[in-house]
Structures are given as C-alpha cells and as structure tokens.
Design a protein around this ligand. Structure first.
Ligand code: CP3
Length: 359
C-alpha cells in the first residue's frame, strides 16, 4: 500500500511539511532528517558562543538561543530545527536550583528526598519559562515553513529522577526508593510535573512549535512492570494534553527495547528509537502503529565515510520505505564529532532514501 500512497506525495515538500507529514505517517518524497543535539559543543560556532555565555544564559536569552538553533539547522541543512534549551529549565520555577558543572552534567542543589520537599514544589510559575517560547517565535519567524520547528520538554520520569537524585545516576536508588516507598508523594511529584510541563508546552505551541518532543532519556532504568505501574499513566496524560493543543508528539527514551510496546501505549504519534534497538525490530514490536524516529548510533559518525554510509543505508533499509520514518540518531551527537560527517549523513539520506520510498 505504500506504493499507492506514494503516488499522493505532493511534488513540492518544504522541510517543514516533509517533517510534519512523516510525524503523521503520511507519505513523503524521502524521510525527513534532523539530529538529536544538533546544536552543541561539536560545532565551532556553538563553542564560540559558549566562550561568552553560560549554557543557562544562552537558554534564557531568546536572541542567542534562536541564533544557536538557526545556525545549527542551516549549517546541517536539516528538515527541522529543535529549539535550544535544556531539560532541566522547569526545575527553577518549581523551586529547585541547579547548575551545570563542567564535565559533570547538571547538579541540583537540594534534591528531593522527602514527601515534604515534594509538597513545597510550586506549579504556578511556569510563565517564567516564556523565554523559550520567545526564542521559538524568533526561529519560526526566520524559517517559516522551510523547516519544522520542534519544541521539547523532559518527561515526568526523567525530570523526577534528576530532582530526586540531584544529577545523573547509575542505579536510580533514591528515585526508586521514593517510587516504591512513598508512592503517594511520587504520584504527587509526577502530577506537579505534568501541570508545569503542560503549561510549558502550551507556551511553545502557541509560539509556533509544530511538534513537541518529550525526552524520557533515563526511562530505560525501569523494567516494564514498573514503567506500567508508576510512569505510563501520567506520561499518557502529558502526551494527550499536548496532542489536544493540535500538535504531534515524539516520545524518546534510551535503552528502551523492552519498553517500546508500553511506551507506544502513551499514544505518542512518533516513538524515538535509541541506537541499540534495530529499527525494524523496534517498529515491529509496536505493530507499526506509530511513526518512528532514529536511530543511527551517534558514534558511527566517527567512522570513515564508506563505513558510515553502510550504516546509514542499514537504517533506511530497516525502515523499508514505510510512511512514518524520521531519520535521526539513536541518541545525541557527542563532543568531538566531525561536522562534515554529520553533513555527509544528510546528503546520504537524500541520495539513498528516494530508492526506498514506496519499496
Ligand atoms: O540541539 C539540541 O539538541 C537542543 C539542545 C538541547 C540541550 N539539552 C542543550 C545542552 C537539548 C534537546 C537538551 C536536552 C537534554 N538535556 C536531555 C535529553 C537529551 C538526551 O541527551 O537524552 C538531557 C538528558 C539533558 C540534561 C543535560 N544537559 C545533561 C545530562 C547535560 C550534560 C551532558 C553533556 O553533554 O555535557 C546537559 C548540558 C547541555 N545541554 C549541553 C547542551 C548543548 C552541553 C553542555 C554545554 O554546552 O555546556
């Protein structure tokens, strides 16, 4: 049936319409392409901006955040731009201070370790996050329909884990202790996060985001039973709330092979696959009932170009030309990656992909 559908592809697709059509599993001329962490330290232009501004400062100054977003999307010639921001920003208006320490990742100063600390969290100050929406307005003003505009937020589980652990974690002991031992407080925390994140996403959609990506980066630390019992219902509520704003949702996590069918039950339009899951097996495990995004191993960008091309081809072959594939990495670009290799992947997707459409 994809052959029949492909006859309906409009001849002129902008990057924005190609990206949005793929999110909705409508046929396209070729898969749209963009990259997780496409603006970041691997890019000289970003490092130059970082010499003068901290990460949080870039996020909070719409003209700088927009510039960083636009520069990366233009330099790579991708179909979509993702607003430059960070997962942790909503913690501040909720009453948790954090900082980014060089080489350490985020550090939350007073992590949540008791039900009382959860009760103290505020949900009425999401308007303080408007700087992200202002940056989105600037980016959409620049690109119009030529590129898709992706807004994003962290998922309730991943943000809760940062709030409770105080930073990155290996075993998520404090998080799971709260989840198992203080289940009522845990639910209250996730409810509060959904309240703030819904308001935050609404600001982004009102400002012109075409799609919202929900990052559940650390959900792979959960077994599927715990995911279903403690995380799925509240995540589903957030996904629905965003969809009711009229935009599709991309839901992404890492090390999710065994979680994919349950993640699909959130009703997200697109599931982001990490690089460890073969794309075809992952998609099949969800009954092809959604679009998928992914999932080239970001470290293959360090391989010689012919090897890289083999791997790009494998991802496209596994997608099999089905409607609803967005080409991306299976996790973010890391510092030290060659910009030329990222650009080469965009060209490869363009050149190879037309052969798979409708096949
Ligand atoms: O181009 C883009 O992708 C948009 C920018 C973006 C950032 N963070 C900027 C950033 C996005 C989408 C994020 C999301 C984010 N933040 C995630 C989810 C994506 C994922 O990787 O799973 C997570 C887990 C975070 C939290 C976070 N922020 C960590 C763990 C770190 C440190 C890790 C590191 O690479 O050093 C950050 C810092 C951060 N956020 C950087 C960037 C470009 C790098 C640090 C810097 O510029 O100083």
């Amino acid at each position: 049936s994809s052959l029949i559908e492909s006859a309906e592809v409009p001849l002129e697709l902008t990057g924005g319409s190609r990206f949005l059509r793929a999110c909705l599993r409508k046929p396209v001329d070729r898969p749209p392409v963009w990259f997780l962490r496409q603006a970041g330290r691997y890019m000289a232009e970003y490092r130059e901006v970082r010499k003068h501004h901290s990460l949080v400062e870039i996020c909070k100054r719409p003209e700088i955040a927009a510039e960083v977003t636009i520069t990366a999307a233009e330099k790579l010639d991708v179909d979509a731009a993702i607003i430059f921001a960070d997962l942790l920003l909503p913690l501040e208006p909720m009453g948790l201070d954090f900082e980014f320490q060089a080489g350490e990742g985020p550090v939350v100063h007073a992590p949540l370790r008791s039900p009382e600390s959860i009760d103290r969290l505020r949900t009425d100050r999401a308007s303080e996050l408007e700087y992200v929406a202002k940056a989105i307005e600037k980016v959409t003003g620049h690109f119009g329909d030529s590129k898709g505009m992706i807004g994003f937020c962290g998922a309730p589980y991943t943000l809760a884990s940062y709030m409770i652990e105080g930073g990155s974690s290996r075993n998520y002991i404090f998080t799971k202790q709260m989840m198992y031992g203080e289940t009522t407080a845990w639910q209250r925390l996730l409810d509060k996060l959904v309240t703030v994140l819904t308001a935050y996403c609404r600001q982004q959609v009102d400002a012109g985001a075409d799609v919202i990506q929900i990052f559940d980066s650390w959900v792979g630390s959960l077994g599927v039973e715990d995911y279903r019992d403690y995380v799925l219902p509240v995540t589903k509520r957030l996904v629905r709330a965003v969809q009711e704003m009229g935009v599709p949702v991309i839901y992404f996590g890492v090390e999710t092979a065994s979680l994919l069918p349950a993640m699909h039950e959130t009703g997200a339009d697109v599931i982001g696959l990490d690089w460890r899951t073969p794309l075809d097996a992952g998609w099949r495990s969800m009954g092809y009932g959604c679009a998928v995004q992914g999932n080239l191993d970001p470290i293959t960008l360090f391989a010689p170009l012919p090897v890289l091309e083999t791997r790009v081809r494998q991802v496209l072959e596994q997608a099999g030309g089905r409607a609803g594939h967005i080409f991306n990495l299976g996790h973010g670009i890391v510092p030290g990656t060659s910009v030329e290799h990222v650009q080469a992947v965009v060209k490869m997707v363009r050149e190879l992909a037309s052969r798979f459409v409708g096949s």
